[in-house]
Design a protein. Sequence first.
Length: 282
Amino acid sequence: MTLAGLALAQAVKARALELGFDRVAIGPATLSHGADFERWLDTGRAGTMEYLAETRAERLDPARLLPGCRSVVAVALNYAREDDGAEWRGVARYARGADYHNVMRPLLHALRDYVSAAAGAQSRASVDTSAVLERDLAAAAGLGWVGKNTNLIAPGLGSYFFIGLVLTTADLPPDDAVPDRCGTCTACLDACPSAAFEGPYALDARRCVAYLTIEHRGPIPDEFHAPIGDWLFGCDVCQEVCPWNRHAPPARQAVPRSTPAPCSSATSPPPRGSAGSARTRI
Ligand code: B12
Ligand code: SF4
């Protein structure tokens, strides 16, 4: 890698942090677990989230979204808060602020524009707005490792963060991947209220409380009513028990609240026992 390439990567990272992202890493535009994703889809683990299968080809190949894509700039935005009161009980942490797509989009677009201008390249931003396997690419970039609960975990940050990506045709020097630090721990697999994990790194979304309360279309089967318990929108159990979140720092800048109370907001919960209306996508 040339000195110019290294200087460019440094400048891109500095700009990402300046924009307010908590972490940034650069990696190749190639997947590590595309075959796992395909198996997951083919065995019905996505439930009624048909959009994932419909965009399978794009998710497996970032170059379909950005021809000539060579590198990925992966960023993390911490959404952990210190001040959550009882009124947010039942709402997953990620949904206690304004819709994260709206919070991340302007920041990512600014980063995309910076990368394009600095590298003389074409770039495209994604925060679940394009068909991209975000965790896989972010893990390859070294933003963190995929935990047994399938969340991306960053050393010193935990997993309460959103992932955003800038795909670019620029050839940027990659960072090292972060090694898996789950070790022998199985806290998340043991604590899941609906036994949604088939094993480490393998979630059956059809059993996941987050899926059932947000994404699922149709009646919620009786067997899940008790496991869903007090959860109204999303679920954080597999993150709450994770030792890497025990000392997770609060966000430097709290994601603004969308409304004073969750009930009237865009992230309001679906009626218990009925189909979620998927007002917002995870
Ligand atoms: C569909 C979806 C869901 C589904 C399915 C989740 C799942 N685990 O598959 C449901 C509705 C259940 C869901 C729930 C949540 N989600 Co969600 N979701 C997505 C979405 C749109 C696609 C994910 C996907 O493709 N899933 C299919 C599976 C197979 O892929 P994957 O989870 O990315 O898994 C990869 C790795 O696990 C890896 N892998 C597979 N096998 C193996 C084996 C080994 C050994 C290793 C190392 C890796 C590995 O390869 C997989 C494919 O590349 C992404 C945004 C995006 N565009 O990527 C957000 C996203 C993953 N969700 C996010 C969040 C915040 C959540 C929740 C925490 C929200 C909540 N509190 O309720 C929960 C977490 C539940 C959980 N344990 O995953 C964040 C994750 C941030 C992070 N730090 O990881 C994302 C990235 C959105 C974002 N831009 O920030 N989600
Ligand atoms: S709870 Fe334990 S096994 Fe699960 S993701 Fe965290 S460290 Fe890994």
